[in-house]
Design a protein around this ligand. Sequence first.
Ligand code: UD1
Length: 419
Amino acid sequence: MDRIRIRGGKPLSGNIPISGAKNAVLALMPAALLAAGPLRLTNVPNLADVATMTALLRHLGMEVAHDTAARAVTIAGPATVHEAPYDIVRKMRASVLVLGPLVARHGIARVSLPGGCAIGTRPVDLHLKGLEAMGATITVEAGYIEARAPTGGLQGARIIFPVTSVGATENLLLAATLANGETELVNAAREPEIEDLVLCLMRMGARIEGIGTDRLRIQGATSLAAASHPVVMDRIEAGTYACAAAITGGEVLLEGARLEHLGAVARVLREAGVGVNEEPAGLRVTRMNGLHGVDVVTEPFPGFATDMQAQFMALMCVAQGASMVTETIFENRFMHVPELTRMGARINVHGASAIVRGVLRLSGAPVMATDLRASVSLVLAGLAAQGETVVNRVYHLDRGYERLEEKLAAVGADIERLA
Ligand code: UD1
């Protein structure tokens, strides 16, 4: 199994191209299930999760053609199978995003119930309640969710989310584009990836108001059409490399990254003593002087992203003073803490908060993690640590970071993949 070896202590310097967003493309690909013609996506990152979504759509009978050189994928239907099997869903929770489109277009969908995952129990009750509000009959049996639309198709509805959910907003948004009448999503998530999905659906002919807000109004259509859409840049990848520059004391230009997409992450980095400046080509990130401890609380966008929590904690491990990191989105998202501690970090966890007391230096160690963002936080710690760090279970990184070691090596990191 592949591992990544890092010899720490090299400040990063140069340009890092930011790829298309994993979390955007995983919601955009299922949108093809709704269209009468092909959906072409460009700026598609080459990631294991994209391969998994490709396998799922092919299983459903869709034609999925990747043009690697053009970084594009073209997806054409219609689906001939309406079941997402356990073997694919267990690999990737985002598979549940085929549920809304399948039931909206074909009147029936069977999707394996995603189980718990390393970062928490992660239910899908809001996805199912929303579909029920649109008239679907939902049964859960033998580990599968079965959703059936009423005769005549899904009905528009007013759906108020009790908690903000990215996935539920996406699933119901997708379903609402082909429902009868108007659907209103209240307290909808407003992550840039959702804005990107709205833009793509509008290109396909959907009528949606409220883009970028927490209230989306969708007028259902009888069909959506072929379209082409560029995937938005990955703000979490950008935030991760911003932390890499900061933790090594370097300066990088994150090509294509946009300040408005970083939300609170940019503000918090600045408070910690990191320069984050927008330029025409992207975001320039510079470590000014020393790093300071800053408290953060994870929240839905535009708050501080839970997907940046582990990386920011790695940064705080070498900051001056203390920092309190509070996780409010997922209940078990501190698995990086014991591994960072093995590298010399001083962290105490109390419930949903971790107190990080900065140390002068981390030391390299063999480490492993059980999820994507935790793994990359160990890479960041390794870049700053004295000596050699070997990160095991690299397949987590391959789910969400395209050519991670190449991008970091190109800006001066001493990092390589070991087969
Ligand atoms: C998405 C992102 C993930 C990110 C997360 C939060 C993708 C593919 N993944 O995950 O990287 O960390 O948003 O920004 O885009 N919840 C319920 N019931 C539901 C659905 C969610 O209680 O039916 C809860 C969850 O347990 C969690 C919170 O709502 O506590 C937010 O989860 P959600 O926004 O749905 O996360 P995902 O869409 O799974």
